[in-house]
Design a protein. Structure first.
Length: 158
């Protein structure tokens, strides 16, 4: 019998403004420092995915949204070092003024056109970009074989 393993869950939010730009944060943590990412975070035990997403969004950016305003648009299974299932949500109805809420995790925040993203973006963002930022649910798998193709560089663990 195969050994069971635990999979972590993370939520990412593609926040759109009235110009159809998306909100990104520049990572300030060791893993992928300097790379741009959606507001994101880990799902806590027993927490609804959408509740987790709006909690993380408020903590990281100050943006307030209702869980029902989120639309699941992409799922990415990530199998490198630690197994994750990443849930990417779209959000178009929110209020607040985006700010850097956790400077130890994020060094900058900004709006970007989906066809003019920064050069260095995290894998969940690249997987969503590859799906075309469609509002239809899409799925991908990121492993050591697909990481380099997705990111344009070999996996370094940093």
């Amino acid at each position: 019998m195969a050994e069971r393993f635990m999979t972590r869950q993370a939520v990412f939010v593609v926040v759109y403004n009235d110009k159809n730009e998306i909100l990104l944060q520049q990572r300030n943590k060791e893993y992928l420092r300097g790379y741009w990412d959606f507001p994101s975070g880990h799902v806590e035990y027993g927490e609804d995915l959408r509740v987790s997403a709006v909690r993380e969004l408020a903590e990281e950016t100050g943006i307030i949204a209702e869980p029902e305003a989120l639309r699941l648009i992409h799922i990415d299974q990530y199998f490198i070092e630690v197994d994750y299932v990443n849930y990417i949500f779209e959000l178009r109805k929110w209020h607040g003024e985006p700010t850097v809420g956790e400077p130890e995790k994020c060094s900058a925040i900004g709006w970007f056109k989906s066809d003019k993203l920064p050069e260095k973006c995290v894998n969940a963002l690249r997987a969503t970009e590859r799906s075309g930022f469609t509002s239809e649910l899409t799925y991908s798998v990121t492993n050591r074989e697909t990481y380099e193709d997705l990111m344009g560089e070999p996996f370094s663990g940093k």
